[in-house]
Design a protein around this ligand. Structure first.
Ligand SMILES: Cc1ncc(C[n+]2csc(CCOP(=O)(O)OP(=O)(O)O)c2C)c(N)n1
Ligand SMILES: [Mg+2]
Length: 824
């Protein structure tokens, strides 16, 4: 180990030859390790320098690198074992190399946006460079054995966005250590000994997410080891404007765990250029973290940014000359070299040699990666050229000049990419005659080629938003609830509760967490008695920290558990919308299927009263969390059926229970845990012939009330509960209804142009409903603002049965004015 051996270099007095020999051998190993580390640090530095140049010369789009942080990351990686986890950010390339989770070639593949996951396993071209992620899921959808690999959860760009998930990754170790029933899950943990390593920049500690998650981790006492890479800046804004006392470890003194404290974190500090001190610090801190399950913060100070923040600009614009000089002196590579020479571990010429080898390695990796990246794209271009150049057809005879000019542009482009290729083909199609249908002719071939190229582009750039394997919950069939002959009517909340009881009894991986979820059993008592039955960890009370609740869910789900993260009310989902949108919704997509986080987010909404309890901002989620299914059940039997379905699959989902349905009585099913509400399949609740109304959640009941009244005057309305907004009506059930009625209303309590506009686009444009309309499509929605308080506030701001009645009546009045004369 580096730390013990450093002392030995100054004290070689031994009493026997044997001892001397042992020490000499020990020193040789130590020297080897130090020089390997030195080489790695230089390799990584050269990678940064070369990659920056690749961006500046146009071969890559953007670059952000880990230069200046090399030595600290090498020290940290020494403590990172198989089974451990990383949740970090874009500066961690050296750590990834040192831990063996990436290679120089893969680093460059990332930079170029390589889409093949064999070459770019981190993100398959979905994210910027240095956004890492190891592949946790095999091609068939099964998890890998996480205890035999080093694991990194996939990086996201929003600063501090990695923190909520880190909490969950660390929490999983605690659960695996303390919950005997999880012992069977050997692919995911070895007695909970895994540490979750996090990294964050100094300026990003100003984010709320940092404090929220650090507090939660300190309360929970979980093995989270967080390094703050402190280079004194967040782009151009210095630490003095970011952090109280301009020092994050000082700012966190109140969090620090003292000898007799039951909660808190351990805080360590070291300079980012001091190799020996860093090695010592990480060895000490991680060993306590792993053993005692205590969170640790490593404040790594005095780091530098030799090539500036990113390729977007140079730091000379905002750093003083004095600071720039200081950064040159304190460069961790310079300091490490001085230390090696001073301690007589090696000499200047050996170090020169090592640096030169590192440079060559980086250069070769860059060249190889670019060659590999470009090869298929060049082949695709050549294939297109071949099709265009063929003379078997006269389709292009009259526009040869235009076609030649378009093709020449493609062939002379300096930085070839797929956009240029496809856009060339599409432009040429415009110049090829439109009357030729000759099989194998130019038009025919080009059309086919464009279709195939688009198709392959889909796999490369847009697939994997959801699980596409056999485990997809979309494959789960409907199973109806069964009822005994004397099935009683019970309050809806009891149906949810009894169904969860069955689910918890069946699956030890199932865990729920949230505010008031544990002891109280939820504010609506839908988990009544379950904490007592299944224990405090499985049915758990959390602090008021919505983002961390979801983050805990993500971390637990990545580590093989099945969390249900509860957000008390739908309106408070805003407090975790960033984590849902940036992290959970993109996990599968941004790793091109390499990771998945099957978290179920459970909340309740629709029709309570007042601005913050109306529970209706559906378009907010429909438009920001694609990648997470959105279920909007109308009652608790449907909701329970959705949980049963979702738990068969491994996609994330948001379930919004109808808040006013907990007390409404429903017939009690008997096949607990087994009935299944399918996703994407609307239910036709009432059949009708004049108008179709598509709605969901609590609005179903309001629509039914209006429909009853309309039927009294001879208007027949088909009522459709869409059930899930994402996915939406995969079997075109609404279109089929519209074909019959030729009139349609989209109804909900979101704002105008909100989720009703979404439904309208789906049915009229995507499903082709436009061609079946006899009347303009209508929406019934809430007002443009958030709803006012109380019964009257609700009546005036939210849509009601009278609104539905009058809208449909008006539509029918246009067709039959004599029968339905205007009401007003
Ligand atoms: C939420 C969010 N806000 C702003 C940005 C733009 N941004 C990217 S990096 C950065 C500075 C981060 O500084 P620091 O945390 O100190 O990390 P460093 O880059 O210095 O290592 C900013 C503001 C972002 N990515 N995410
Ligand atoms: Mg910084």
């Amino acid at each position: 180990m580096i730390t013990t051996n450093t002392k030995k270099t100054g004290n070689t007095k031994s009493t026997s030859a044997k001892q001397e020999n042992k020490e000499a051998l020990g020193f040789e190993d130590f020297k080897k390790e130090v020089l390997n580390d030195y080489k790695l640090a230089h390799l990584s530095r050269h990678m940064s320098v070369l990659a920056r140049r690749e961006v500046l010369n146009g071969k890559a789009k953007f670059g952000i690198f880990g230069d200046g942080k090399e030595v600290a990351q090498i020290a940290m990686a020494k403590q990172f074992l198989e089974g451990d986890w990383r949740s970090g950010y874009y500066r961690d390339q050296t750590f990834m190399l040192a831990a063996g989770m990436t290679t120089p070639k893969k680093f460059f593949a990332l930079l170029y946006g390589e889409t093949r996951t064999e070459l770019n396993p981190d993100n398959g071209g979905r994210s910027m460079n240095n956004h890492f992620g190891t592949r946790l899921v095999q091609k068939n959808g099964d998890w890998i054995d996480q205890t035999k690999s080093k694991n990194t959860s996939s990086d996201i760009s929003p600063t501090a966005g990695q923190m909520p998930r880190l909490t969950g990754l660390a929490l999983a170790s605690k659960l695996y250590r303390e919950q005997p029933e999880l012992k069977e899950l050997q692919k995911f943990s070895n007695k909970g000994n895994e540490v979750a390593f996090g990294t964050i920049g100094d300026a990003s500690t100003s984010e709320g997410l940092f404090f929220e998650t650090l507090n939660a981790a300190s309360v929970l006492q979980i093995p989270m080891a967080l390094s703050v890479w402190d280079d004194g800046y967040g782009i151009s804004v210095p630490v003095e404007l970011q952090t109280v006392k301009a020092n994050i470890s000082k700012a966190l003194k109140g969090f620090e765990k003292q000898r007799n404290d039951k909660t808190g974190i351990l805080i360590f500090e070291a300079n980012g250029w001091d190799y020996a001190e860093l090695c010592q610090m990480y060895e000490k801190g991680i060993s306590r973290c792993r053993k005692e399950h205590v969170p640790v913060l490593f404040h790594v100070r005095e780091l530098t940014q030799p090539t500036g923040h990113s390729t977007s600009g140079s730091h000379e614009r905002y750093k003083s000359e004095k600071r720039l000089k200081w950064e040159k002196d304190k460069d961790c590579l310079v300091q490490m070299r001085q230390w090696i020479v001073e301690k007589k571990i090696s000499d200047e010429s050996t170090l020169d040699q090592i640096e030169s080898e590192a440079r060559d390695e980086a250069t070769n990796a860059k060249k190889e990666a670019y060659k590999e990246y470009l090869k298929p794209i060049e082949e695709e271009r050549d294939e297109l050229n071949k099709i265009i150049r063929q003379k078997s057809c006269i389709c292009n005879q009259n526009s040869e000049d235009q076609i030649n000019s378009i093709v020449n542009n493609l062939n002379n482009t300096l930085t070839l990419n797929r956009k240029e290729i496809l856009s060339t083909a599409r432009k040429i199609l415009r110049h090829v005659c439109s009357s030729c249908n000759k099989q194998g002719g130019l038009k025919d071939q080009l059309r086919k080629w464009v279709a195939e190229y688009n198709e392959s582009g889909h796999e490369k750039y847009t697939a994997y938003l959801y699980d596409e394997s056999a485990k997809s919950p979309l494959r789960i069939e409907s199973i109806a609830p069964q009822y005994s002959e004397d099935a009683p009517l019970v309050p809806g909340r009891e149906i949810i509760r009894d169904n969860f009881d069955a689910l918890f009894g069946n699956d030890p991986r199932l865990i729920t967490l949230g505010e008031d979820t544990g002891k109280l059993g939820g504010v609506n008592q839908t988990l009544e008695g379950l904490q007592k039955k299944y224990g405090e960890w499985r049915v758990r009370d959390t602090g008021i920290h919505e983002a961390t609740i979801v983050g805990e869910g993500i971390g637990l789900a990545l580590r093989g558990l099945r969390p249900i993260a509860e957000i008390q009310y739908f309106d408070y989902l805003l407090y975790t919308l960033h984590t849902l949108s940036d992290d959970l919704a993109t996990t599968h997509y941004r790793t091109k299927g390499g990771q998945k986080a099957p978290v179920i987010v459970r909340t309740r909404g629709h029709r309570l009263e007042g601005i913050w309890h109306s529970g209706s901002p559906l378009s907010m989620v429909v438009n920001s969390i694609r990648g997470i299914y959105i279920c909007v059940p109308r009652d608790m039997t449907r909701a329970a059926g959705m949980y049963n379905t979702l738990l068969q699959g491994e996609d994330p989902a948001l379930v919004i229970e109808p808040l006013n349905g907990y007390r409404i009585r429903e017939k009690q099913p008997s096949n607990w845990g087994a009935f299944q509400t399918p996703l994407g399949i609307p239910e036709v609740i009432r059949e009708g012939t004049d108008v179709t109304i598509a709605t969901y959640g609590s609005c179903v009941r309001i629509a039914a009330e209006a429909i009853d009244q309309l039927s009294e005057i001879g208007i027949s309305v088909e009522l459709i509960d869409v059930q899930t907004l994402l996915p939406f009506d995969t079997e075109k059930i609404i279109l089929n209804s519209l074909k019959k009625t030729n009139r349609i209303v989209f109804f909900d309590e979101d704002v105008p142009g909100g989720a009703t506009a979404y439904m309208m686009q789906k049915v009229l444009e995507e499903q082709g409903g436009f061609y079946y309309l006899d009347h303009k499509p209508m929406t019934v929605t809430a007002e443009d603002h958030r709803p006012a308080y109380g019964t009257d506030g609700d009546y005036f701001s939210n849509p009601n049965a009278e609104d539905v009645y009058e809208t449909i009546y008006g539509m029918m009045g246009e067709a039959y004015p004599d029968k339905f004369p205007p009401i007003y």
